[in-house]
Design a protein around this ligand. Structure first.
Ligand code: IPT
Length: 934
C-alpha cells in the first residue's frame, strides 16, 4: 500500500488493511506509552490538497492539536449536525472531493527495555478513516470510528530509538455510509492512542465466562496463551481453559455489582480481570439476570460533552455513571456505537446493565429500499465484511464486561443479510448474551423484541399477547423523547411495564442534549444544527436529553427519577402507608425512612418511620405514627405526610442520606365547597379584564404557549395557528355593575375567523382584596383543543415568588410525578427551565397560592377555591417563541404572570405518539375563581 500516492483506501469497502486481529481490552502488564497530548497538526481541504510528504514531513510550520479531540472543536472547520440525512450525495463508496483531511505527527522514543517485545500501536477511536505511516513506512489503514485498531510495528522500530508516527485522518470515507448516527459530524483522533509492548508469552486475549445459578458459580477463562487463573477471594487457582465450580459466590447485578478480582498468569505476563458471576436467560419469554426479571429503567447514552464532543475524559464518564446511579437508572444503551471502554469498566463497578451497540447506522438510505433506489448498506454485500468486522471488533473488545447483558447490531438500518451475518457471528462467539436489533420488526432472528416510540395502546397489545413476536421479551429501545420540555406520560409507560411481565421497560431517548458551548458577541449559549452555517441540518433535534449540555438535570430528568424510583410509597386506602419494593434483588434494610407532616405548607411534625425489611416485590403497610393521623383539621386543608427513603450509609455512588424514593399521602379530604363571595363591586379600570390591584394591569384571556418541540415538530402548533390561537384579539362586550360585582364581558377571537371565547369577569372587592370569578364559554366553530386556557396580566418587575402548590420544578398535567405539594420560594429567573431552544416552560400546576414580590410590593394570588397553574416570566410568550437561544431572552421591567385554568400536556410527540387524549386540553366551558390581595 502506498499511503502517499494512493488514497484509494478512503473509498474502499474493506474495514482496513494491515491491522491486527481484534482482541479484548485488557488491564495487563504490557509496557504502555500513552500518546495523548500535543501532536503536530495540519488540515487540508481535500485529499488531493493534502501534501504528499508524510514520509518526511517537515512539521516546523504546522500547528499543534490536542489528542484526543475533534479538529472541529479545536479551531479547524466546523461541526455539522444531521439526524437521518447524510450531508453528502449517496453513491457508496464515493465521498465528496472536498474531504477535510487532517495530518497528525508526533515522535516517541521506544524504551530500550522493550527489546524482544511485540510493539503495537493502538488507536481507541478515530473518526472516520485513517492511515498510519511510521518513520516513512506505510503501516496500514482502518475504519470504524468508535472501534479500536491495532498495528504491529515490531519490524519497523528499534528499541531505544525515536520513531515518528504520522496519521492521516479523513472526515469522509466509505465508512461514513454506515455511520449515519443522529449526532454531530466530528472528526479526528478522538480517543486515546497508546504504544504497547507485548511481552513474549504474555496473554494478549482472554475471555472470562462466569455464570451464576442459585448461589453457586462457575468460572472459565480462555486465554490465547495458556496459564493459571487466580481469584484470591475465592481461594481459586486453576488452569485457563478449565472450568471451576464454586459452591457459594455472590452474584453480580446492576443493584449489587459484586466483582471478584482475578489474575490470569502466563509465563510471559499477567492480565487482571474483574469477574462478575451472572447468568442471563430468557425464561418463559422473560429476560432474566440470575433468575430475576429485569425491568430496564434505562437511557440511551451518546458520548457527549459541550466542549469536547465525543472526546470524553474519564471524569466525564464517571460523572455520567454517578448521575445515573443516583437517579436510579439501571441500564444504558450505548446509542449507537460502542462507548469508550473505560465507561464499561465503570458500569461493571457501579452496576448498570448495558446494551452494547455496534458502530452502525444507515438510516438515510431508508429501511428496505427497492430499485431504482440504492440498496441499504446492510443489504449490500460489498459492505458485509466491514459490518461483520465491526461486530467482531465490538464483541472481542467488550466481551469480559459483566455489565453487558445484550449485544446490539446497530440502529436504524432496516433489514438485510449483513445484519444476519453480524448476528450469527455474535451468537457463535458468545452464546451467553442475547442479541438486540430494533429494525428486525418481525423478530426473525433477534433474541429480544424491540420497538421505539411505541404508543401506550400498542405496548399494551404486545403485553396482552405474550405469544406474539415469537414470545420474546419486549423492550422499548427508545421511548420518552426528551427533546425540549418533556418527556411527558412516563408514568403511564411504567404502569404497563409493571403490569405485563414481557414488557421489560426501556430506554429514554436520550441522556444528554448535544448542545455545543459557543460564544457569539460575548454571549454564551449552546449551539445546535444550523448554528455553524451548515447547508443541510436538523436544527435542535440534537438537543433531546434528560440532561442539559452541562449535565445539570432538566425537569424531565427529575420526572424520570420519580417514575422509576425503587420504592412506591402511597396511601394503602385504610389510613396507613403502603410501601412496595420494586428492587430486583435488594431488600429495604439499607434504607432509613423519614416522615414529615405539613398543614398548608407548614411543617407540623417529623421523625423517622420504622419500616421492616421489605423483600423485592413485596408490599407492606406501615401505620402512621401516633399523633400524625390526628393532625387533620377540617379548617386547615392540605394536610400532607411526606415519607422519604434514604440511604442509611454511603455507597460507592452516593452519600448517606441520599434520597432514593418518596411519597406523599394526603390526610384531609379536599372540600369542593365554594365560598360565598360577598362584597362590593370592584369598580372598573382600564384593561380588558378590567381591574387594577397591586399594579396588576392588562389582564387578558390567554390561549397560547410558546410551542414546545412536542407541539412544533408534529404540526400540532401549526394546527393551533390555523385556528388563530397565537394572535387572538379582545373586545370588551360590556362592563358595569351587576349582581354586586363589577362585571366585564369580553370576547376573545382570532382575526379572520368566526369562533370566539366569551368570558365573564366578575370582580368583587372584599375586606382583604378582590375576588375574580371568571367563566368562559366557547362559541362558533372553535378548535377542538387549546395549548392553554388562562389569564395573563402584567406587573411591575417581580423578583421573588413564594408559592404553595407543586414544586420545586415545573409540572404539567403529564409531568407531575416529581412534583411534591409544599411551600416553595424562587426568584423569577429560577422559575425558568433553560431549554436549549427556548420554549414554554416553568408552569406549576395546582398552585394554591402565590405571593409575587417586586417593585410594586407583594401581590398574593389565592385559589378561591380553584387551583391554578402558575407561570411568571420577565418576557412575553412572543419573546419566548421567537428566541432561538437562551441569550435572546432579556429580562425587562415588566413581569408577565399567567394563571392557567388548564394547559395541554407535554407528551413526546417530537418523536413519538400523539399526546394521550386524557392530557389534551379540550375547548369547553370553563371557570376559575381566584382572589388577589395587595
Ligand atoms: C430514532 C433514532 O434511533 C435515534 O437515533 C434518534 O434519532 C431518535 O430517533 C430521535 O431523536 S429514529 C426515529 C425515526 C424514530
Amino acid at each position: 500500500m502506498s499511503v502517499t500516492y494512493d488514497h484509494s483506501y478512503v473509498e474502499d469497502f474493506a474495514p482496513g488493511a494491515g491491522t491486527l486481529p481484534a482482541r479484548a481490552w485488557l488491564d495487563d502488564d504490557s509496557g504502555r506509552i500513552p500518546l495523548s497530548g500535543e501532536w503536530r497538526f495540519r488540515l487540508s481541504p481535500s485529499v488531493a490538497e493534502a501534501p504528499d510528504d508524510l514520509k518526511e514531513p517537515d512539521t516546523s510550520s504546522w500547528d499543534t492539536i490536542a489528542v484526543p479531540g475533534h479538529w472541529q472543536l479545536s479551531g479547524y472547520g466546523a461541526p455539522a449536525y444531521t439526524n437521518v440525512v447524510y450531508p453528502f450525495p449517496l453513491e457508496p463508496p464515493f465521498v465528496p472531493t472536498d474531504n477535510p483531511t487532517g495530518d497528525y505527527v508526533r515522535s516517541v522514543t521506544v524504551p530500550a527495555d522493550w527489546a524482544g517485545a511485540r510493539i503495537v500501536l493502538r488507536f481507541e477511536g478515530v473518526d472516520s478513516r485513517f492511515a498510519v505511516v511510521v518513520d516513512g513506512n506505510p503501516v496500514g489503514w482502518s475504519s470504524g470510528s468508535r472501534l479500536p485498531t491495532e498495528f504491529d510495528l515490531t519490524e519497523l522500530v528499534a528499541p531505544g530509538q525515536e520513531i515518528r508516527i504520522a496519521v492521516r485522518v479523513h472526515q469522509w470515507s466509505a465508512g461514513s455510509y454506515v455511520e449515519d448516527q443522529d449526532m454531530w459530524w466530528l472528526s479526528g483522533i478522538f480517543r486515546e492512542v497508546n504504544l504497547l509492548a507485548v511481552k513474549p508469552q504474555a496473554p494478549t486475549d482472554v475471555f472470562v465466562h462466569a455464570s451464576y445459578d442459585g448461589g453457586a458459580g462457575t468460572l472459565k477463562v480462555e486465554s490465547d496463551v495458556a496459564g493459571t487463573v487466580v481469584v484470591p477471594e475465592l481461594g481459586l487457582e486453576f488452569p485457563t481453559g478449565e472450568e471451576a465450580t464454586i459452591d457459594s459466590v455472590e452474584p453480580w447485578s446492576a443493584e449489587s455489582p459484586k466483582l471478584y478480582d482475578g489474575v490470569v498468569r502466563t509465563e510471559g505476563g499477567e492480565v487482571r480481570v474483574r469477574i462478575g458471576f451472572r447468568t442471563i436467560a430468557i425464561v418463559d419469554g422473560v429476560f432474566t439476570v440470575n433468575g430475576n426479571r429485569v425491568l430496564f429503567a434505562g437511557v440511551n447514552r451518546h458520548e457527549f460533552h459541550p466542549d469536547r464532543g465525543r472526546a470524553l475524559t474519564e471524569q466525564d464518564m464517571l460523572d455520567d455513571v454517578l448521575i445515573m446511579k443516583r437517579a436510579g437508572i439501571n441500564a444504558v444503551r450505548t446509542s449507537h456505537y460502542p462507548p469508550h471502554p473505560h465507561f464499561l469498566d465503570l458500569c461493571d463497578e457501579y452496576g448498570l446493565y448495558v446494551v452494547d451497540e455496534c458502530d452502525l447506522e444507515t438510516h438515510g438510505f431508508g429501511y428496505e429500499p427497492q430499485p431504482p433506489k440504492l440498496p441499504n448498506p446492510v443489504m449490500d454485500e460489498r459492505f458485509q465484511a466491514d459490518l461483520v468486522e465491526r461486530m467482531r471488533r465490538m464483541v472481542e473488545r467488550d466481551k469480559n464486561h459483566p455489565s453487558i447483558v445484550l449485544w446490539s447490531l446497530g440502529n436504524e438500518c432496516g433489514m438485510g443479510d449483513n445484519l444476519k451475518a453480524m448476528y450469527d457471528f455474535a451468537k457463535d462467539r458468545d452464546p451467553s448474551r442475547p442479541v438486540h436489533y430494533e429494525r428486525d420488526t418481525h423478530a426473525e432472528f433477534v433474541d429480544v423484541y424491540s420497538q421505539m416510540y411505541t404508543s401506550l395502546e400498542d405496548v399494551e397489545k404486545i403485553g396482552e399477547d405474550p405469544t406474539s413476536y415469537r414470545g420474546l421479551p419486549f423492550i422499548l429501545c427508545e421511548y420518552g423523547h426528551a427533546m425540549g420540555n418533556g418527556p411527558g406520560g412516563l408514568s403511564d409507560y411504567r404502569a404497563l411495564f409493571e403490569k405485563y411481565p414481557r414488557c421489560q421497560g426501556g430506554f429514554i431517548w436520550e441522556w444528554i442534549d448535544h448542545g455545543l458551548r459557543t460564544t457569539v458577541d460575548g454571549k454564551e449559549f449552546y449551539a445546535y444544527g444550523g448554528d455553524f452555517g451548515e447547508t443541510i441540518h436538523d436544527g435542535n433535534f440534537v438537543c433531546d436529553g434528560l440532561l442539559f449540555p452541562d449535565r445539570t438535570p432538566s425537569p424531565g430528568m427529575d420526572e424520570y427519577v420519580k417514575v422509576i424510583e425503587p420504592l412506591v410509597i402511597t396511601a394503602d386506602g385504610s389510613g396507613n402507608i403502603a410501601i412496595t419494593n420494586r428492587y430486583e434483588v435488594l431488600d429495604t434494610s439499607h434504607l432509613t425512612f423519614r416522615l414529615e407532616s405539613q398543614i398548608a405548607g407548614e411543617r407540623v411534625g417529623s421523625g423517622t418511620l420504622p419500616v421492616p425489611a421489605i423483600a423485592p416485590g413485596e408490599t407492606v403497610s406501615v401505620q402512621l405514627p401516633p399523633g400524625i393521623a390526628e393532625q387533620q383539621d377540617a379548617n386547615q386543608p392540605d394536610t400532607w405526610v411526606t415519607v422519604t427513603a434514604e440511604l442509611t450509609e454511603g455507597t460507592a455512588w452516593a452519600n448517606a442520606g441520599h434520597r432514593v424514593a418518596w411519597g406523599q399521602i394526603r390526610l384531609d379530604v379536599p372540600s369542593d365547597a365554594r365560598p360565598e363571595v360577598a362584597g362590593t363591586p370592584a369598580e372598573g379600570v382600564a384593561g380588558v379584564g378590567g381591574i387594577t390591584v397591586a399594579g396588576l394591569t392588562n389582564a387578558r384571556l390567554d390561549v397560547w404557549r410558546a410551542p414546545i418541540d412536542n407541539d412544533a415538530i408534529p404540526g400540532v402548533a401549526n394546527a393551533w395557528k390555523d385556528a388563530g390561537l397565537h394572535r387572538v384579539q379582545h373586545r370588551v362586550v360590556s362592563a358595569g355593575v351587576k349582581d354586586s360585582a363589577w362585571e366585564v364581558v369580553t370576547r376573545t377571537a382570532p382575526p379572520a375567523l368566526q369562533w370566539g371565547l366569551v368570558s365573564t369577569w366578575r370582580w368583587t372587592a372584599v375586606d382583604s382584596g378582590v375576588f375574580l370569578q371568571l367563566s368562559i364559554q366557547p362559541e362558533g366553530q372553535f378548535p377542538e383543543t387549546l395549548p392553554r386556557l388562562g389569564i395573563t396580566f402584567e406587573l411591575p418587575k417581580v423578583d421573588q415568588v413564594e408559592w404553595f402548590g407543586t414544586g420545586p420544578n415545573e409540572a404539567y398535567v403529564d409531568t407531575r410525578a416529581a412534583a411534591a405539594v409544599g411551600k416553595y420560594a424562587a426568584s423569577v429567573a429560577e422559575l425558568q427551565a433553560p431549554y436549549v431552544r427556548p420554549q414554554e416552560n416553568g408552569h406549576r400546576i395546582d398552585t394554591r397560592w402565590a405571593a409575587l414580590t417586586g417593585t410594586a410590593g407583594t401581590l398574593r394570588i389565592e385559589a378561591a377555591p380553584d387551583l391554578f397553574g402558575l407561570t411568571v416570566r420577565q418576557w412575553t410568550t412572543a419573546d419566548l417563541e421567537n428566541a432561538k437561544h437562551t441569550p435572546d431572552l432579556v429580562a425587562g421591567d415588566t413581569t408577565y404572570v399567567t394563571v392557567d385554568l388548564g394547559q395541554a400536556g407535554i407528551g413526546s410527540n417530537s418523536c413519538g405518539p400523539a399526546l394521550s387524549e386524557q392530557y389534551k386540553l379540550k375547548t369547553a366551558p370553563a371557570s376559575l375563581s381566584v382572589k388577589f390581595t395587595a
